[in-house]
Design a protein around this ligand. Structure first.
Ligand code: XUL
Ligand code: CO
Length: 518
């Protein structure tokens, strides 16, 4: 890599000119410069995903082609127009320990250190989410994008996609994270046809493969984005339109092939629009049958291409739809059982989704774990005063400790891991904030793991729970737990024993023990 600040070859003005033929008519905010004008109009409806793309993706082929057609001026189609490092002032982030005041260092996460019999890096298997870190613009339904990363030129061109991919690998390498997650649409622009779109994806994937080989960073999971484009307004697998169902299948087929090719270890299904706005116009039973057929076809295709990764369903109760079918872990489990799919899928639990469904993240993790379904964690958190999916980096040490309790009980998450499905706040606009946010999230979870090790070593919480159920460590308890205690036997015991004694639940003591390790 070159030294010094990176720059767009030929200067930014040239790229702005290249973009102008495909730039939508400026709306409010036109005084913010042509780059922001192009982005601003795209802030539509859904707050979480309007941010993903700095261009209307269904128009992006035109943008990509325009961009390339200007190659005889400033922009080179075969290169990516960027020289030097993307993060020139930042070197590899190191562990400096809790007393360090350096924001660009780890205080608690020490990748090679062994805790509870495993290296920290193996407990976590951290991953950078491409869509937030490299496509998040800071836009919200009321405001234009706030980030202006130096490598972005305002286009959704193929050249821009390649440059962004190189920035991503440099970022992850410097952060010391060796996994990444992506949607098909995050990494490559759409073409005018499905065939053209797939060709664009192949071009970016070829570069990603090369960068992966050089850096040893591989996908934790890949997925298809089936929620931004207007064709998916009624859903993808649950759309009332058979043509949309087929299109979604084609998209998943390709995304699965790409994930497999890149050595991805999992594949995620988040049904952002698999739900309804009103039951008055919805045949819920038929839609759920369609979703099951879709997932069964995905299982069949996975086997056909020899992809051994885990398929993961990511529950979320609502947003963008009023009601999403994969409401929470228990609902997803019931769905998988009903359709005979339980052996084929695990769950990707996202903490902010858990709280939106009225549960804690710990509850969702435990529900998945006790049913053998805990496959991956989308590590983030919500805001207690905001009722939507804010996708913040997790900074609450207590919450992180509870999360790690489940992960340790699960024996880890591999082949899953912790994907930072989290984004910078709109107001955080420095390039270094991207590093600081991830470092903070990693350190918080590392503290959680260290706290769990203290809890286990102390042993008193486990002892409290053991004692609480000790009345079942008896002959009758064993009979009940083996499913052999009939009502007549139980009635006989109840009469013989009289009024049962009921011990204290010791909630405050359990909380005191928990607090003592934070
Ligand atoms: C949406 C969400 C998605 C999925 C992948 O809330 O979490 O980013 O993780 O589609
Ligand atoms: Co997620």
């Amino acid at each position: 890599m070159g030294s010094g600040g990176g720059r767009v070859r030929g200067g930014r003005q040239g790229i702005r000119q290249a973009y102008s033929p495909g730039t939508p008519t400026p709306g409010p905010g036109a005084d913010q410069g042509s780059r922001l004008q192009g982005l601003f109009l795209l802030v539509v409806g859904d707050s979480a995903f309007a941010l993903l793309l700095p261009g209307a993706i269904w128009e992006s082929a035109a943008v990509a082609i325009d961009s390339c057609s200007f190659s005889n001026r400033e922009v080179k189609c075969d290169g990516d127009g960027w020289e030097g490092e993307f993060f020139p002032g930042i070197s590899k982030i190191k562990y400096e320990g809790p007393s360090s005041k350096n924001p660009l260092s780890f205080k608690w996460y020490n990748a090679e250190e062994e805790i509870l019999g495993k290296k920290m890096k193996d407990w976590f298997r951290f991953s950078v989410a491409f869509w937030h870190t490299f496509r998040g613009t800071g836009a919200d339904p009321f405001g234009a994008p706030t980030k202006s990363w130096p490598w972005e030129d305002g286009t959704n061109s193929l050249e821009m996609a390649k440059r962004r991919m190189r920035a991503h690998f440099e970022f992850s390498e410097k952060l010391g994270v060796d996994k990444w997650c992506f949607h098909d649409k995050d990494i490559a622009p759409d073409g005018k046809t499905l065939t053209e779109t797939n060709a664009n994806l192949d071009a970016v994937v070829a570069l990603a493969k090369e960068l992966q080989e050089r850096t040893k960073i591989t996908p934790l999971w890949g997925t298809a984005q089936l929620f931004l484009h207007p064709r998916y307004m009624h859903g993808a697998a649950t759309s009332s339109e058979v043509g949309v169902y087929a299109y979604a299948a084609a998209q998943v087929k390709k995304a699965m092939e790409v994930t497999h090719y890149l050595g991805g270890e999992n594949y995620v299904f988040w049904g952002g629009r698999e739900g309804y706005q009103t039951l008055l116009n919805t045949d819920m039973g038929r839609e759920l049958d369609h979703l099951a057929s879709f997932l069964q076809a995905a299982v069949n295709y996975k086997k056909k291409i020899g992809f051994n990764g885990t398929l993961l369903i990511e529950p979320k109760p609502q947003e963008p739809t009023k009601h999403q079918y994969d409401w929470d872990a228990a609902t997803a489990f019931a769905f998988l059982q009903k359709y005979g799919l339980s052996g084929e899928f695990k769950l990707n639990i996202e903490c902010n989704h858990a709280t939106l469904s009225g549960h804690s993240c710990h509850h969702e993790l435990e529900t998945a774990r006790i049913n053998g379904l805990l496959g991956n964690i989308d590590a983030n958190t919500g805001d207690p005063q905001i009722g939507w999916d804010t996708d913040q980096f997790l900074t609450d040490i207590g919450e992180a400790t509870l999360v790690m309790l489940s992960v340790v009980r699960n024996g880890g998450l591999a082949p899953g891991g912790f994907n930072f499905d989290a984004k910078l706040r709109r107001e955080s606009t420095d390039v270094e904030d991207l590093f600081i946010a991830h470092i903070s999230g990693m350190d918080t979870l590392a503290r959680g793991l260290r706290n769990v090790a203290k809890l286990i070593e102390d042993g008193s919480l486990a002892e409290l729970v053991r004692k609480r159920y000790q009345s079942f460590d008896t002959e009758l308890g064993a009979l009940i737990e083996s499913g052999k205690a009939d009502f007549e036997t139980l009635e006989k015991k109840a009469i013989e024993w009289g009024e049962p004694s009921v011990a204290s639940g010791k909630q405050e003591l359990s909380e005191m023990i928990f607090q003592s390790v934070l």
